[in-house]
Design a protein around this ligand. Structure first.
Ligand code: NAD
Length: 489
């Protein structure tokens, strides 16, 4: 596996100015996988300066045909490097090849998503004529024009790093913005690989795309957000850091686009087929529960609790995990030791607050290495318990019993978050009417899946501001200008 460990600044792959590097750890084996450049403020300053200059002084933002060609080259480069990318992502995330490998959501799916942008870009209406209007005796012909917002700081998390890096950088570049990408310290290669591919395969001009990796996320991240040369911050990560970013960006009144945490509810209505619908509860094991939109609260009709417990015990018993090379496993390790301790502390909190542990609850006995936590199910959870309110980001399911449909909707909406949800019913119209009453950005009904290049994704409430992917995800990176041309009387 060949790895790019350097920064990408102003069209060049470079070590950090200080020469410092830091260790990239494989969380599934706890072994050192390699290293990444440890950028400091000097490197960041050069990256932002290059992005600003490329935006202000080149025709990147106005030459739509050139940008399309460059993005086609980028897609071709990603495809050419796909096998290496999969290995790198698996190595630094601890996700098994069942997720990173053939057709998986860590690599193939997000590369495929680029086609949506490539196909929609040539059709995008950059200017629209809204006609002539009279105002205070003067006639004007009005044009509404869309323009790139400017320099965008893309700050990304470690859970699905290539997917989120691409979900931000591709529409930002397509819109005509220039980019400084800062990934999470735990997953530097999913970003440095993009620097390598841009340099090797594309004509993207120097300064248009830059990558800064750093062991200390706060110093570089904070400086990036505050810098007056940056016009927009596109952030995915925790709600706590999102709030900090919103505050830090306010000093320069820059646009902030936030994809934050979730505590999504999966509502099993009383007429649903339990055998089928409860299979969806296993999604908390996907990537060891490190997914913002996973449905971590399972809402069940109280009268059916005994059946639910029997089925969940059986289903969670089938989950296999612990082999990073497995093409069939969907659960890997947690990202680092700190995250594992955090998840285990939530499990202890659940027990202390009176929830009953049905499955799992500790470190797996059969694995000596890797930051794994057992698939875990709590029952008898009430919605005011910590494990029902806070995002755990581990393979932990909280089962909450409800009394009637209204109660289920009330519990689902009783959350600071509003990212996603699920509804199951034998009656699709009933499920849809419940879905429409949920205060969340996405809802899966009867096993549907919202995830797609053309489907906007994002949160209500403290799950975020704005939308990623789809037409809405592209327009986040645009400014709107109204031009009024005087019409002679
Ligand atoms: P995090 O908030 O700790 O970090 C996210 C990014 O912000 C990283 O690049 C980090 O280095 C950077 N950062 C940290 N402190 C910063 C600061 N003070 N200023 C600027 N940047 C800073 O999140 P994480 O632990 O990497 O990822 C897990 C979180 O991400 C979870 O809460 C999860 O729900 C969320 N997430 C949300 C989505 C979504 O689309 N809604 C998707 C994936 C993950």
């Amino acid at each position: 596996m060949q790895v790019e460990s350097r920064l990408f600044i102003d069209g060049k792959l470079l070590p950090a100015a200080s020469g410092r590097t830091y260790t990239n750890l494989n969380p599934a084996t706890e072994t050192v996988a390699g290293e990444a450049a440890d950028a400091g403020l000097e490197d960041l300053d050069r990256a932002i300066g290059a992005a600003r200059r490329a935006f202000d002084e080149s025709d990147w933002s106005t030459d739509h045909a050139f940008r399309l060609r460059c993005l086609q080259q980028l897609k071709a480069g990603l495809l050419a490097e796909r096998e290496s990318l999969k290995q790198q992502i698996a190595t630094e995330t601890g996700a098994p090849l069942g997720i990173c490998g053939q057709g998986g959501p860590q690599c193939d799916v997000p590369i495929g998503f680029i086609d949506y942008t490539l196909e929609s870009l040539p059709r995008f209406p950059w200017s629209r004529d809204i006609g002539v209007a009279e105002m205070m005796g003067m006639k004007s012909r009005r044009l509404v024009e869309k323009e790139a917002i400017g320099v965008v700081a893309c700050i990304t998390p470690w859970n699905v790093p290539l997917q989120i890096n691409l979900a931000k950088c591709i529409p930002a570049l397509a819109a005509g913005c220039t980019v400084v990408l800062k990934p999470a310290p735990d997953t530097p290669w999913s970003a440095t690989a993009l620097g390598y591919i841009v340099e090797k395969y594309t004509d993207i001009p120097p300064g248009v795309f830059n990558v800064i990796t750093s062991e200390d996320p706060v110093t570089t991240g904070d400086a990036l957000v505050r810098d007056p040369r940056v016009d927009m911050v596109s952030f995915t990560g925790s709600t706590a850091v999102g709030k900090h970013i919103m505050a830090a960006a306010s000093g320069t009144v820059k646009k902030v686009f936030l994809e934050l945490g979730g505590k999504s509810a999966n509502i099993i209505l009383d007429d649903a087929n339990l055998e089928q619908s409860l299979m969806s509860a296993l999604s908390v094991c996907f990537h060891a529960g490190q997914g913002c939109a996973l449905q971590t609260r399972l809402l069940i009709p109280r009268a059916r609790q005994a059946e639910v417990e029997a089925l969940l015990t059986a289903y969670f018993g089938y989950i296999e995990y612990g082999d990073p090379a497995s093409e069939s496993q969907i659960m890997g390790s947690l990202i680092n030791a700190r995250q594992r301790e955090r998840v285990l502390a939530y499990i202890e909190k659940g027990k202390e607050e009176g929830a009953r542990l049905l499955v799992g609850g500790g470190k797996p006995k059969h694995l000596e290495r890797g930051f794994y936590v057992e698939p875990t199910v709590f029952v008898d959870v009430s919605n005011d318990m910590t494990i029902a309110r806070e995002e755990i980001f581990g393979p932990v399911l909280a089962v909450i019993a409800y009394d009637g449909e209204e109660d289920a909707i009330r519990i689902a909406n009783d959350s600071d978050y509003g990212l996603s949800a699920g509804v199951w019913s034998a009656d699709e119209a009933r499920a849809l009417s419940v879905a429409r009453r949920l205060r969340t950005g996405t809802v899966n009904v009867n096993g549907g899946n919202f995830y797609g290049a053309d489907a906007p994704f994002g949160g209500y409430k403290q799950s975020g501001l704005g939308r990623e992917m789809g037409a809405e995800g592209f327009e986040e990176y645009l400014e709107t200008k109204t031009i009024a041309v005087g019409v002679p009387a």
